[in-house]
Design a protein around this ligand. Structure first.
Ligand SMILES: *[C@@H]1O[C@H](CO)[C@@H](O)[C@H](O)[C@H]1NC(C)=O
Ligand SMILES: *[C@@H]1O[C@H](CO)[C@@H](O)[C@H](O)[C@H]1NC(C)=O
Ligand SMILES: *[C@@H]1O[C@H](CO)[C@@H](O)[C@H](O)[C@H]1NC(C)=O
Length: 310
């Protein structure tokens, strides 16, 4: 019997998404002394941000792509920095799983020989009771427009994907191809996404394929859960295809982030690192690789779960 598949349940999101405490940046000032002070302040901010994000690992695995994957004790992950999650008991299995999907995955795991892997798997595994976290480097934070914005989308640049206005579909050079449903009560969605590595032509470009679950309204109280793959040199410093998640509970303003780059997302799986490179990827006329993403809400506990497998 195929019991648990390799990467079955990857992550759980706490029922309520939480407001983050963020520090205000310094004042603007033109004088050289002020500038120097600002530089020092930024350096200090970067250092303390890195200290907050990068938890003491029990082991570290160096990926061929240059990433450092820290195996951090599950109870020491960034989610638990949030005061609302201080006493949280980690739920290791969902109390509810959408009907039929477990069966389907058992059948699939017997037929399918290829499983999705991440590049760092070539050099090791994280022990039980830890979760793999992609270590944030100083350069990662320095590429962001500010320390505060690192790991977050610019909310003004997030257009409504359901808009049929042709201008919106090309907002700030973004081009979208989407399929969507709306209007009913939805408790989840599933997608199988073919994994590619689109060419990036300039530094601030990005490319992605994702599942996106939305509630509320754009510009106001939008709640969003996103997951898929992305190529984003801005965020990761290279052109690799990486697994990602994103969430916000206030229309991309104060809350939310990619992966585990803020508190909110609780991970339980010890094999998948959010933000790490997916490997192998599909090539034209050759082997094809997919990822399966399932997001659902446990109607009793109110938690949203994310399952990822290949
Ligand atoms: C966590 O537990 C401690 C001890 O029981 C309690 O004093 C504290 O208020 C709790 N914190 C939260 C956020 O529930
Ligand atoms: C979409 O954006 C690109 C890049 O900014 C631009 O070259 C193109 O003309 C735009 N297309 C439409 C239909 O507006
Ligand atoms: C990403 O791709 C661009 C364009 O192909 C290239 O100029 C750049 O050097 C690549 N970046 C990395 C880190 O490989």
């Amino acid at each position: 019997m195929a019991a648990a598949r390799a990467c079955l349940v990857a992550l759980a999101v706490a029922a309520a998404l939480f407001l983050e405490g963020t520090a205000a940046a310094g004042n603007a000032g033109a004088a050289p002394l002020k500038q120097r002070r600002r530089q020092l302040l930024r350096q200090r901010q970067v250092r303390s941000h890195l200290k907050r994000l990068n938890k003491a690992p029990l082991a570290t695995i160096e990926s061929p792509d240059g990433d450092l994957i820290d195996c951090v004790h599950i109870s020491n992950q960034p989610a638990f920095d949030h005061p609302f999650l201080k006493n949280h008991t980690i739920q290791m299995r969902p109390a509810y799983h959408p009907e039929g999907l477990y069966d389907e995955s058992k059948v699939a795991s017997q037929q399918q020989t290829q499983t999705i892997t991440q590049m760092w798997h070539q050099n090791g595994k994280c022990p039980e009771d830890t979760i793999p976290i992609r270590r944030t480097k100083k350069e990662d934070v320095l590429r962001a427009s500010s320390v505060r914005r690192y790991g977050k989308k610019r909310h003004r640049s997030t257009p409504n994907p359901m808009s049929v206005d042709p201008d919106m579909l090309n907002e700030s050079g973004h081009q979208h191809a989407i399929a969507y449903v709306e209007g009913d009560k939805y408790y989840g969605a599933k997608a199988t996404i073919n994994v590619w590595q689109p060419k990036i032509e300039q530094a601030n470009e990005f490319s992605l394929s994702q599942l996106w679950i939305l509630g509320g309204s754009f510009g106001q109280d939008l709640n969003s859960i996103e997951a898929g793959w992305q190529v984003s040199p801005d965020l990761y410093g290279d052109n690799n295809t990486r697994l990602f998640t994103y969430w916000t509970s206030d229309a991309y303003q104060a809350t939310g982030c990619y992966n585990l780059l803020c508190s909110g997302f609780i991970q339980i799986n010890n094999q998948i690192a959010m933000g790490a490179s997916i490997f192998p990827i599909s090539n034209y006329g050759g082997s094809q690789y997919d990822i399966n993403i399932l997001v659902w809400k446990d109607p009793k506990e109110g938690n949203w779960w994310l399952q990822f497998d290949g």
